[in-house]
Design a binder for this molecule. Structure first.
Ligand code: FAD
Ligand code: FES
Length: 271
């Protein structure tokens, strides 16, 4: 982890309230793992007082991309940033997804000759941001992907094309029914699990609002599928010192910013 001044390379609106900001991060490319995040100070004043966490969305030769939704003061300010502006960034932080050992062990437990591992990615809202980086890594490693994207409406569905480009099967759910399945992405996942096939029965990686993650964890338990969830908690220091992001787990309280944000879904004691 390091603190650095990052020059903005670009900042583009990609959908209603959603932006992708790319910043220079020399030497970090090989050090960032999908699921890790950066704690960003969006300006030099005391408003907003705290840094805000954003997952690595794409890790490229030029730098790091974050995908964010404008929901309040900090993200509003972030949306005004232009090429050449400078951000104060702390990171990479947190543990990231444990996709190497999971993929390996899943492959070994298959019957007969090794099968390509099929991973299921479940995204709610801006939770799609870190799953794009994970999807790329898994696809580069030869794994098949089923991706479930949930959003309020068609206008807020992002990254669908990116996932299709890497060969993923993509299923979309919108709450208002303007695209794909009408309803919650967890209901769509439930339907697919009920009616199909081994190919979505491998590790589930999920990121989104906590009620969604709780439901995904329940389904994973019911169908005995290993599941990792990236939790959303309020982050302040981001480095394990303020204890403000503690969550209850089966092995006591753990810190989302340091021990997480990714946890084995079985470990979490859901509220
Ligand atoms: C590890 C981690 C990674 C994240 N990665 C991304 C990302 O890649 N892209 C992205 O768009 N967002 C991400 N978030 C959420 C993002 O940090 C918040 O939306 C952001 O801090 C909002 O700042 P704001 O000042 O604009 O809005 P605020 O005024 O701080 O919040 C606006 C609204 O969002 C709610 N909110 C804010 N932060 C959280 C939170 N952590 N959990 C639950 N509710 C919250 C507030 O209660 C309020 O209703 C991540 C959060 C965590 C914990
Ligand atoms: S945010 Fe301070 S300990 Fe996690």
């Amino acid at each position: 982890m390091k603190q650095f001044k990052a020059k903005v390379i670009s900042n583009k609106k990609i959908a209603k309230d959603h932006y992708i900001l790319s910043f220079k991060a020399a030497g970090l490319r090989k050090k960032v793992k999908p699921g890790q995040f950066f704690n960003v100070k969006v300006n030099n004043s005391y408003k907003p007082l705290l840094r805000k966490p954003f997952g690595a969305h794409k890790i490229t030769r030029k730098g790091i991309e974050i995908l964010y939704k404008v929901v309040g003061e900090a993200t509003e300010i972030l949306s005004t940033k232009k090429k050449g502006d400078v951000l104060d960034v702390l990171g990479p932080l947190g543990n990231g997804f444990d996709f190497k050992s999971t993929a390996h062990s899943s492959a070994k437990t298959g019957t007969g000759s090794p099968q390509p591992v099929v991973a299921t990615l479940v995204a709610g809202g801006h939770g799609v941001a870190p799953l794009a980086a994970l999807g790329k890594e898994l696809s580069d490693a030869g794994h098949k992907l089923s991706v479930f994207i949930g959003a309020r409406s068609k206008k807020e569905v992002v990254c669908e094309k990116d996932f299709r480009k890497i060969g993923a099967k993509v299923f979309v759910a919108t709450e208002d029914g303007s695209k794909g399945y009408k309803g919650l992405v967890t209901n769509l996942l439930k339907n697919k699990l009920r009616h199909t096939t081994y190919d979505i029965r491998d590790t589930i990686y999920a990121c989104g609002p906590n009620p969604m993650l709780k439901e995904v964890a329940k389904l994973a338990k019911r169908y005995k599928i290993p599941c990792q969830v990236s939790l959303e908690e309020y982050i302040a220091c981001g480095t394990g010192t303020c204890l403000g992001c503690a969550v209850k787990t089966r092995s006591g309280y753990r810190l989302v910013c340091k021990d997480g944000p990714v946890f084995d879904a079985k470990e979490i004691i859901w509220r």
